[in-house]
Design a protein around this ligand. Structure first.
Ligand code: SAM
Length: 228
């Protein structure tokens, strides 16, 4: 199983005040803080390692194929689109959104399909495009609780959320707060749980879709479908 590196060099926490999320995410891509070659956009091992990506894609394809008619999807925090590009053909319409303008420009040039659209939006602030299902994959884990709260308020119009979070394996105290940026809650032995306080998202049903165990079974990347 892959070993993920939680590189904290240049993390905005080292500055006196937190950076706005847009500036933090732009910096992450500019300095390749999630890895990858210089000059390329890279969203991290979680978006590229076959042992992480392949079971996820297989499980999400099965979910998308379970509908009589293809559904519409909004990918919130689409990143370098190595993952999203594999799902587009299973949807009626795929709208991929990210906060980093240069990444969206690059994605528009690199990935083209009749049913695919990219938009540059801050998902904590903007009105989100309408779709049957939101995909939120390894995004909330990098964001502060205040920002997650705004995003949760923005999710009400979706029927389904396919949520992927990198979490401690086993019991943990959920939703310890962090500053939005490169890191996640693992370093404070925590992870995001939208149904727990302070988010208290009310759902009709939760279905486990895929789980990848990492780092000597200390961590998991878990994907769940939340039906709203
Ligand atoms: C770790 S990457 C994951 C990318 C992709 N979801 C995947 O799984 O491959 C997190 C992405 O979320 C984006 N992001 C973070 N905060 C955001 C916000 N408030 N609005 C839109 N995108 C955001 C970042 O720019 C980054 O591309």
């Amino acid at each position: 199983m892959p070993t993920l590196v939680n590189n904290e060099k240049n993390h905005p926490k080292k500055t006196k005040t937190p950076w706005p999320t847009k500036a933090a995410m732009e910096q992450i891509y500019k300095l390749n803080l999630w890895g990858g070659k210089e000059t390329e956009f890279y969203s991290g091992e979680g978006s590229h390692h076959p042992a992480i990506v392949e079971p996820y894609i297989a499980a999400v394809k099965t979910f998308l194929d379970s509908f009589k008619e293809p559904i519409t999807v909004c990918d919130l925090g689409c990143g370098d689109f190595n993952v999203g590009k594999q799902l587009v053909s299973y949807t009626a319409k795929y709208i991929a959104v990210d906060i980093v303008p240069s990444l969206i420009i690059r994605n528009k040039e690199k990935f083209k399909a009749a049913n695919l659209e990219f938009r540059c939006l801050d998902i904590a602030k903007a009105q989100l495009p309408k779709a049957d299902c939101a995909i939120v994959r390894q995004v909330l884990q990098h964001l502060s609780n205040a920002e997650i709260k705004s995003i949760v308020n923005n999710l009400a119009n979706f029927n389904y959320i396919i949520l992927t979070e990198h979490l401690p394996n086993g019991a943990f105290e959920p939703n310890k707060d962090i500053i939005s940026g490169q890191a996640n809650r693992l370093k404070v032995q925590s992870g995001v749980n939208l149904q727990a306080s302070p988010f208290n998202l009310k759902i009709k049903k939760e279905t486990q879709l895929s789980t990848v165990v990492l780092n000597n079974e200390k961590e998991v990347i878990k994907t769940t479908i939340l039906q709203l």
